[in-house]
Design a protein around this ligand. Structure first.
Ligand code: SF4
Length: 773
């Protein structure tokens, strides 16, 4: 082996110390028996505390690197004490250390030994003391495990690890070369581009090639998925992009991306016997709940057969999966079951080695997102493609929001094991104090929960919650076998809420809803996701956010925290204004106070249009109650007119049945709620939908939450009303209206039923190609 400084040759393959050891030094069972790991912040604080206890000459965060036969290995060791000649690897934990699975300890030793080898080589040391410092977050006590090692022993260990990794590294380097050669010669999978498609593809290529962010609005039907995937893949070899993540809001989006990748030649059934298949590894990432084969079991070798010996079986499974290349959900499951390992955790492993990951937006943007973590740990150049990006503001708000339920903790308090009774008792007293301080009734008017936005975080309650989390964590660490799922759930609640509380600020609000005595809910709700997302965008090599409805660009730039040099592109619609008749009948107001009076004119519009042109229509309303009232009035006044309604929480088969009525030659009106299951993501071309009625501006309700949101957005961006109400409402309206015209051959009618649609500030947000009749 040699230290980095001594090697002038370009390495065949670069690998981080952690990744190397993860690959070579893991063995035995997968064991996620619940031993709650400290949060990132706790981990950082723990490391700082330990380092602070060391002497002045203690060296923290040592950057170390070395080479072995074309392999470049680098990483940061936690600390070196030159006085003691001791290299330390600090691990924070909670509870009894003897419960830590042996294979985890082996992994930690492997890491410190590799760092030790690099340090000896770099500084010419003959020997070292290696130390694993286990720091207990709860007691702040250190447990020190030490071992003396000579430079020769460490070098031999390092070389053995590298040897075990080398054939994989050679395979990876070969794959990368083949992949990049193939991508450089990749051709567009269709004979020609559709109108607007080339324009979009060119901008996407530029974004990937220049490492920029692109916000691209492009109409339905131009083939956005392939127009974003193709140029990004083409840019990968030229810009040495390591990975591509295609992120979607819902499962159907993932399917579309996989279909486009298959058309580009990446699927396993491309070419004869897979010959001629694009050498591109594609992985579909799914949620654990969807991929788990034993939902009734826990993720450890004693409970789940697919966790037993997981790491021993992993090398063969990983090799088979890598050779297969195309790993959609079904293929991944097949490989996993052939090798008797868990498909979900095999997928997590394969995310390290796949060129393209197709997953949900939370795989990159969530608090502890897999792809973000891997990109950071491995220094990847990662290109992001985000589909249906108009939903990202809301999705991201959800990722950085959480709730705490008083009743759930009270129930646990009544049946808690003895060591938890006291901390839970303290928490319950803080709940009562908070509810008392906020005063007022337990319920608001007409059975609605009483709702208050709090001025600040209730610090004492959050403090008591942290103590509860520590106590449950310690208890579960002491009793790992019989972990009560309710206890685990409350721990997740407490840890999740605690993490949000740690980063609480102007970007979020804290609120209290009371649903009756002892049934309060404390919420931490993100309002401005930009504060969390901006670093994620900055860390990605490039990012393309695309959708049919991204106007106005400044709304998304501001709320998502897009970089200043983010490029905006609006691809002209291939649709002509004569394809869509847009009408705003006068005299209809859907404001809350006018709803009753609006029913008759709305129903008259529906019936009039239907009489003039029978066929299939969708009618959108702001709520189920409003929708039901309108449907009831239609049934009473026009019983001959067929109609059917969306219901709350429809199952998939019920949604399919609703949509099945939209078949060519059918007739009637489907009633739906704006922003719900039928407002976007459904494709009803031609006769299957000839018009839409929209009886709402999609405005969020005027309530204390939205008024606080408006005030914060006004203070930050000077656009309170537009950002809190008008723009998100209109995005939903335009999405719903977008169901009518799906291709240049379609014709249809759009009736916007509220006089406010006539206002200039609202009409400014309409697509350019709409022409009001
Ligand atoms: S199959 Fe399910 S229970 Fe078993 S390890 Fe995988 S996710 Fe856990």
């Amino acid at each position: 082996m040699s230290a980095a400084a001594t090697s002038g040759e370009a390495p065949l393959y670069r690998v981080a110390v952690r990744a190397l050891c993860d690959f070579t030094a893991r063995e035995g069972d997968l064991d996620l028996r619940f031993t709650p790991s400290p949060s990132a912040r706790e981990g950082i604080a723990g490391h700082a505390l330990v380092a602070g206890r060391r002497g002045e000459r203690y060296e923290r965060e040592l950057a170390l690197s070395g080479h072995y036969r074309g392999l470049a290995v680098s990483g940061r060791a936690d600390g070196f004490d030159p006085a003691l000649n001791r290299l330390e690897e600090i691990k924070t934990h909670r509870g009894d250390l003897s419960r830590m699975p042996a294979n985890q300890r082996t992994l930690h030793w492997a890491q410190v030994k590799v760092y030790g080898a690099l340090l000896c080589a770099e500084r010419g040391l003959a020997s070292l003391t290696l130390a694993l410092v286990y720091f207990d977050i709860g007691s702040e006590r250190e447990t020190l495990l030490t071992e003396k090692a000579s430079a020769t022993e460490l070098s031999a260990f390092f070389e053995a690890q590298c040897e075990r990794f080398l054939s994989w590294a050679e395979q990876e380097a070969g794959h990368r070369q083949a992949r990049d050669t193939a991508l450089a010669g990749l051709s567009f999978p269709h004979a020609e581009f559709r109108p607007g498609q080339r324009e979009l593809a060119e901008s996407v290529y530029k974004a990937a090639a220049t490492g920029r962010c692109l916000l691209a609005q492009a109409p339905t039907g131009i083939g956005k998925t392939v127009a974003t995937l193709f140029p990004t893949l083409k840019a990968m070899p030229r810009r040495r992009i390591d990975r591509l993540a295609f992120l979607t809001m819902k499962t159907p989006g993932r399917r579309l991306a996989l279909e486009a990748l298959a058309r580009l030649g990446a699927a396993s059934d491309c070419g004869e016997d897979g010959e001629g298949r694009l050498p591109l590894r594609v992985l579909e990432l799914t949620a654990r709940s969807k991929a788990c084969e034993h939902p009734d079991k826990a993720c450890h070798g004693d409970a789940c057969p697919l966790a037993a010996g997981f790491y021993d079986k992993l090398p063969a499974a990983r090799q088979a999966a890598a050779e297969r290349g195309w790993l959609d959900r079904e293929a991944l499951r097949e490989v996993a079951l052939e090798h008797d390992v868990c498909p979900y955790y095999l997928g997590q492993e394969l995310a390290r080695w796949s060129d393209v990951c197709v997953g949900d937006v939370n795989h990159y943007f969530d608090v502890s997102a897999l792809l973000h973590g891997l990109a950071q740990a491995n220094g990847w150049r990662l290109a992001l493609l985000v589909d249906e990006a108009h939903n990202l503001v809301e999705r991201a708000r959800g990722m950085y929001s959480g709730e705490l339920d008083q009743h759930a903790f009270a129930t646990l308090h009544r049946s808690a094991p003895a060591p938890l009774v006291k901390p839970l008792g303290r928490l319950m007293r803080q709940w009562q104090a908070l509810v008392r301080e906020q005063g007022g009734a337990d319920e608001g008017q007409r059975g609605r929960p009483a709702y208050q936005v709090l001025d600040d975080l209730p610090g004492r309650l959050v403090g008591a919650l942290q103590q509860v989390a520590t106590a449950i964590g310690d208890y579960l660490a002491e009793h790992p076998g019989g972990a009560d799922p309710v206890l685990q759930e409350r721990l997740f609640d407490a840890l999740g809420f605690g993490r949000l509380a740690e980063s609480f600020g102007e970007h979020s609000l804290c609120d209290l809803s009371r649903h009756g005595r002892g049934r309060a809910v404390l919420g931490l709700r993100n309002l401005i996701p930009a504060d969390f997302l901006a670093p994620r965008f900055a860390q990605a090599h490039s990012c393309v956010l695309f959708s049919a409805t991204l106007s106005p660009a400044h709304y998304h730039r501001d709320l998502l925290g897009l970089p200043d040099d983010c490029v905006w592109q609006s691809v002209a619609s291939p649709f002509r204004s004569d394809q869509l008749e847009v009408r705003i009948p006068g005299g209809i107001s859907t404001r809350l106070r006018d709803r009753e009076a609006s029913l008759e004119p709305i129903v008259a519009e529906l019936a009039g249009q239907y009489r003039r042109q029978p066929g299939l229509y969708l009618a959108f309303f702001s709520s189920f109650a409003y929708m039901a009232a309108a449907a009831e009035r239609l049934a009473r006044l026009h019983p001959e007119l067929p109609h059917w309604c969306q219901t709350r929480g429809m199952r998939e088969d019920e949604r399919d049945a609703f949509l099945a009525r939209f078949r060519a030659g059918g007739q009637g009106i489907g009633f739906a709620v704006l922003g719900g299951a039928f407002g976007e993501g459904i494709d009803l071309p031609g006769e299957r939908l000839i018009g839409a009625f929209i009886a709402t501006l999609g405005l969020p309700p005027f309530d204390p939450f939205n008024e606080t949101l408006k005030a914060r957005l006004e203070a930050r961006f000077g656009s309170g009303d537009a950002y809190a109400y008008r723009i998100p409402g209109l995005i939903k309206v335009i999405q719903a209206a977008g169901r009518v015209i799906r291709s240049p051959e379609d014709r249809g009618t759009l009736v916007l039923m509220d006089d406010r649609f006539q206002r200039a500030e609202v009409r400014r947000l309409f697509p350019d190609w709409w022409q009001l009749g």
